[in-house]
Write a protein that binds this ligand. Sequence first.
Ligand SMILES: NC(=O)c1ccc[n+]([C@@H]2O[C@H](COP(=O)([O-])OP(=O)(O)OC[C@H]3O[C@@H](n4cnc5c(N)ncnc54)[C@H](OP(=O)(O)O)[C@@H]3O)[C@@H](O)[C@H]2O)c1
Length: 161
Amino acid sequence: MLSFIWAEDANGLIGAAGQLPWRLPDDMHYFKRTTMGNTIISGSRTFRSYNKPLPGRTNIVISSHSDFPDGVQVISSIEKLCDLVDQNPDKQYIVTGGANLFSQLLSRVDRLYRTKIAHEFSGDTFMPKIDYSLFKQVKSVPGVVDEKNKYPHTFEVFDRK
Ligand SMILES: NC(=O)c1ccc[n+]([C@@H]2O[C@H](COP(=O)([O-])OP(=O)(O)OC[C@H]3O[C@@H](n4cnc5c(N)ncnc54)[C@H](OP(=O)(O)O)[C@@H]3O)[C@@H](O)[C@H]2O)c1
């Protein structure tokens, strides 16, 4: 099973100069809870934004290069990645971005973990357009807003129909 997890602002923005455009610890905790124990798959630019394998998860990076830290499995093509996912139908593989990787896997994804942030930020990287008519929303839960989490946000899950 292939899933995506990401957070986007009111305009579908996801990145700014190689980083997240916002600070939202509640979403980082949700990311950790959701991905823990699973295999996460990142494009090399997204991996470079944290630059170390995330603990408790199998870390795969998609790249044409091989200079990544120990504890990271590098896969050099989308075809090889799709073969791996197909060979392990009982496992959940969660794509953590970025936009480049999401767009190549859009036709394959089974589940979407989307955090929708009700605010407009500035940046340079947008989520590719998703045809939500192909998906059914199965969850929508508001996140915590407090002094550390200033922007209203909702945790949503969609499964392919
Ligand atoms: N808001 C969110 O939830 C969220 C989530 C993820 C990322 N982001 C943000 O999004 C931005 C990064 O996204 P991005 O779209 O620029 O980059 P990306 O998808 O993270 O990485 C793209 C890179 O991955 C490698 N790659 C991709 N497809 C490949 C393929 N088929 N075969 C081999 N290698 C492949 C290439 O790197 P090589 O040159 O190494 O081959 C490519 O340049 C950052 O700002 C990040 O913070 C936000």
